[in-house]
Structure formats: structure tokens, C-alpha cells
Design a protein around this ligand. Structure first.
Ligand code: HEM
Length: 509
């Protein structure tokens, strides 16, 4: 073979291999596209024709690229992985994912910030979402938590007001400490959460180096119907790392999406992040033994009353194939539960059971559970049908239950919701007993190092100093005083307030 022939051979092999990788551009219905650069016009200078189907379809698809962003937790990053149980917990729950040591369940996780929009910085002081979907053989189970062990408020009826106050102003389209503390000055139960939020823990360094919490109490129910109340903690095996306010500002100046980059890069480089899952347990008969209500999500369960027990380990090892399809269209809900797990009576959790599927029917569409990221890996044999984008592959004439069809789907009382006995059967709207709004906030404050205390006081007083209504500031400082007098005193001094001024606002209100 002479040189010229060899060149021709190499060239034609190369162009063949390029051709082999290239696919014909088509319309959505698979018809080949002739020209993707020039619209069809009447003559060289005439108007564009409506019959240019490809153009019309292309613009129409583009016009519909966005779905509503999540009403909270709009910015997020996700990854797939697996959860391996560390033992057999069937004594406490019939949930199969906790039924034997080494049992492996596939998971999808979405981390998020809460108050910012879909492209907001990941350096803001804000809880981080920590939502885990377990694809179990009994259907999907979601633990939709955050990186703090508690929450700001304890009743779902307050949630829309809370979010309105913390998101941007409806007039000025900006987040405003005046609005935020105006709200919180009426919510003493938030003292504990605000104390945690304003430490450096309010800005986790990234998603890998933060812990996660289910926050609420849930019920674990065994095969005999016996209930154990549990709380979940995810402990980062990368260790916990937070940012000071100055470090966060410096990072934000260079990169407002550093946490997404960190997660993606580490998984790409096979440095797979992992977390251990712990549960704390309380027996139903013990719930009333403490000076706080264990079903109040503004409270932790101290280790001394409920020792954390290791139940498994989660490792994230696969990036989403497509951000929109896997992360944006993912749908988590505390109502995604499996046999052996039930909601507690926590008033926040009860509201959440409704809110998530409701928002997802609006945000994604009523058949959102059929999308690959949300679809159960176990068989789905429901007789729910149709609706926009239904793709259930329903193939039987029997779409009702019960029926005489020997192949029809049957229900089984084995899977009844667990029963409960309530002695007070009248309906009522009242505050929970034992609100104890300040004690755990004070205990948390006193557990901090001197450096952490000074960061907390600086961070909090920086935001409070921007509030123009001094009565709001005094009320807030009063709450922190009630948590711990040193804490209140240091804040008052930073804000040039005397103790008498702080006390006065409680007397007049
Ligand atoms: C009654 C109180 C609450 C209500 C009504 C509520 C409602 C919502 C709604 C509507 C969404 C958007 C869901 C979506 O579009 O897919 C959401 C997301 C989320 N919420 Fe809540 N929420 C509440 C409290 C909480 C609490 C206490 C936690 C933590 C324990 C929490 C953690 C999350 C997380 C992690 C997400 C993001 C899930 C994801 O990554 O897709 N929420 N919440």
C-alpha cells in the first residue's frame, strides 16, 4: 500500500467513524430535519411560514422548558447511591429495608437550600434540605429532612406565613431582616432554631460535610402492630464542616454554586460521600415523661433519654444522567411511607403529609410518580388511571376493585394503617402542652465554645441591627435572654439595649 492509499484509508475510516457516531436530527416525532439553520420563508426576503413545522415545534418546546420551581428548596443538587442496613430491626419495624444486616436498597438524594430561588447562591445562611428516597421492594420511602435536628415552628398552619416572611418582599423583591424578625418576634418557639441557624452551622461548607435529620418523630410499627417512636440522624462520614460569615462571603464572590460543584466533582472522582443513619427510639408510654413534648419538632431528643442506634450506611456513587429529569423533576414527600413506618401526631408533619404531593401535582403534573426518578422499583398495581401524560401501560378491562377477576389486584388487612387510641375525642384548636420554648435553646447556647458563641452573637446582631422597629429587636433579644441570660446580655450590648428596655416591651405587649 503506497502512502496516498494509506492516507485515503485513514481518512475514510475516520470519516466513517465520525459518521457512525452522528445521528440524523429529527423532529419530536422522528421525522428527519433538512435544515436546522434557516427558516422556511416566502422567497429570499418574505415572511416565515407557519408550515415550517420544525421551527414551530422547536420554539414551542423552548417556550415550555420551565416548570414552576419548588415553592421552597428551589436550588438543589442530587445523586444516586445505596443504603446498606446494619442489622435486623424487625423487632421494631416491618419495613423491609431495615430487616436484615447487609440488606441493600437503592436511593436517590437531593440536597438543597431553602429560601433562595433556583439559581441562588449556595453560601447563604439557611437550612439545607437533605431528602432521601429509598426505592424499597415495598414501594418508595422518603426521609425528607434538613441539616438541623429541629425546625422553626411547630404547626403546619404557620408554614405559609413563615415562608412568606423569610422569602423576598412582595413589593421590593428582596429578602429583608425587617420582615423576617417582624414574624419571629411573634414566634418564641423559633428561639432554639434561630440560635442554631446563626452559629456557623447555619452555613454548611458543602453538602457532603453536613449531617442530616428527619426532624419529626415518626412511628416504627412491627408485625404485631407495636409502635416505637423514632427520630432519624444522618451522620456525615466526611466530618462536619461549616463556614464563617466571612468565609462564605469570600466563596460567594468567586463561585455561587460551590456546593453543587463539590458534590459533582467528588462523585466524578469516585470519592463517594457516605453517611451513617442513626435512630433514637422512645416508647409511646414514655412520651409524657419529659418537660417538653417529644412530638414538638422544635425539640431535640437528648441522647440521655434516647441513645442513637446505628441502623445503616448510605453511599452516593452515581451522578444524575440529566439534571432536569432526575433532580428538578424529583418529588419527595414525608407521605411516601412503607409498611412498618407511620407518621407521628407531630402537627407540622401532619400538614406536610398533604402539602408535598399536592404541590407536585401542580409543579410537575398529576402523573409525576411515573417519571423514572420517582417511580417505585417495586410493582405498582393501582387502579388510578389516565390524566395528563399517563403512561401506566394499563392493559386490563378491569380497572376497579373488588372484582371477580382472578387476576385482579387485592387488598390485604395486613397492610391496614396502624390503629391508635385517643382518649380526648373532642375537636380542638389549641397550643401544645409544655411548649418550653427556651430551655433547649439555652442548653445549646451553653454547649458552644467561646468562639462559636461569639460568631453566633455577631451573626445575629448583624441581622438584628438592620431591623428598624426597635420593639421587634427588643422582643427578639428578650427571647434570647429567656434562653440564657449571658446570651441575651451579649446581644443587648451589641445592639446598644439595656435590660430594662428589653423587659419593657414584654410588659407593654
Ligand atoms: C408544614 C410544614 C411544611 C410544609 C407545608 C412544607 C412544604 C414543602 C413544599 C411544598 C416543598 C416543595 C416540594 C416540591 O415541590 O417537590 C417542600 C420541600 C422540602 N421540604 Fe418542606 N415543608 C414543611 C416543613 C418542612 C420541614 C420541617 C422540613 C425538614 C424536616 C422540610 C424539608 C423539606 C425538604 C428537604 C424539601 C425539598 C425536597 C426536595 O429536595 O425536593 N420541610 N416543603
Amino acid at each position: 500500500m503506497n502512502f496516498k492509499n494509506l492516507t485515503i484509508l485513514i481518512f475514510s475510516t475516520f470519516s466513517l467513524s465520525v459518521q457512525a457516531q452522528q445521528k440524523m436530527l429529527t423532529t419530536n416525532t422522528g421525522t428527519p430535519v433538512g435544515d436546522n439553520q434557516d427558516s422556511k420563508t416566502v422567497g429570499p426576503n418574505g415572511p416565515v411560514l407557519l408550515e415550517d413545522i420544525h421551527l414551530v415545534e422547536k420554539l414551542a418546546a423552548f417556550d415550555r422548558e420551565r416548570i414552576p420551581e419548588r415553592v421552597v428548596h428551589a436550588r438543589g443538587a442530587g445523586a444516586y447511591g445505596e443504603f446498606v442496613a446494619s442489622g435486623d430491626f424487625s423487632k421494631f419495624t416491618s419495613a423491609s429495608l431495615f430487616s436484615e444486616k447487609g440488606k441493600t436498597t437503592q436511593v436517590f438524594v437531593r440536597f438543597s437550600t431553602v429560601m433562595g430561588g433556583a439559581a441562588s447562591p449556595e453560601t447563604l445562611r439557611d437550612p439545607r434540605g437533605f431528602a432521601v428516597k429509598f426505592y424499597t421492594e415495598q414501594g418508595n420511602y422518603d426521609i425528607v429532612g434538613i441539616h438541623f435536628p429541629i425546625f422553626f415552628i411547630r404547626d403546619a398552619i404557620k408554614f405559609p406565613d413563615f415562608v412568606h416572611a423569610l422569602k423576598v418582599s412582595p413589593i421590593y423583591n428582596k429578602q429583608d431582616p425587617n420582615r423576617i424578625f417582624n414574624f419571629f418576634s411573634h414566634v418564641p418557639e423559633a428561639t432554639h432554631m434561630l440560635t442554631r441557624l446563626y452559629t456557623d452551622n447555619g452555613i454548611p461548607a458543602n453538602y457532603r460535610m453536613m449531617n442530616g435529620f428527619g426532624v419529626h418523630a415518626f412511628k416504627w410499627v412491627n408485625a404485631n402492630g407495636e409502635v416505637t417512636y423514632v427520630k432519624y440522624t444522618w451522620k456525615s462520614l466526611q466530618g462536619e464542616k461549616n463556614l464563617t460569615a466571612d468565609e462564605a462571603t469570600a466563596i460567594q464572590g468567586k463561585d455561587f454554586q460551590h456546593a453543587t460543584v463539590d458534590l459533582n466533582d467528588n462523585i466524578k472522582n469516585q470519592n463517594y460521600p457516605s453517611w451513617e443513619l442513626y435512630v433514637q427510639m422512645l416508647k409511646p408510654e414514655d412520651l409524657d415523661k419529659f418537660d417538653f413534648n417529644p412530638l414538638d419538632d422544635t425539640k431535640i431528643w437528648p441522647d440521655a433519654i434516647a441513645k442513637p442506634v446505628l441502623v445503616g450506611k448510605m453511599t452516593l456513587n452515581r451522578l444524575p444522567r440529566n439534571y432536569f429529569e432526575d433532580v428538578e423533576e424529583s418529588a419527595f414527600s414525608p407521605a411516601d411511607m412503607v409498611p412498618g413506618i407511620a407518621p407521628s401526631e407531630d402537627k407540622m408533619l401532619q400538614g406536610r403529609l398533604f402539602s408535598y404531593f399536592d404541590t407536585q401535582r401542580y409543579r410537575i403534573g398529576p402523573n409525576f410518580q411515573q417519571l423514572p426518578v420517582n417511580a417505585a422499583k417495586s410493582e405498582v398495581n393501582s387502579y388510578n388511571q389516565n390524566g395528563p401524560m399517563s403512561n401506566r401501560g394499563q392493559s386490563s378491562d378491569i380497572n376497579f376493585q373488588p372484582s371477580t377477576d382472578p387476576n385482579g389486584n387485592v387488598d390485604n388487612t395486613k397492610y391496614n394503617y396502624p390503629g391508635a387510641t385517643y382518649t380526648n375525642v373532642s375537636t380542638i384548636q389549641h397550643k401544645i402542652s409544655k411548649p418550653n420554648d427556651f430551655k433547649q435553646a439555652g442548653e445549646f447556647y451553653r454547649s458552644l465554645s467561646e468562639l462559636d458563641k461569639s460568631h453566633l452573637v455577631n451573626n445575629l446582631s448583624n441581622d438584628l441591627s438592620q431591623v428598624s422597629d426597635k420593639n421587634v429587636v427588643k422582643k427578639m433579644v428578650g427571647y434570647f435572654y429567656m434562653a440564657d441570660s449571658d446570651y441575651g446580655k451579649r446581644l443587648a450590648s451589641k445592639l446598644n439595649l439595656t435590660r430594662e428596655e428589653v423587659e419593657s416591651v414584654f410588659k407593654t405587649n
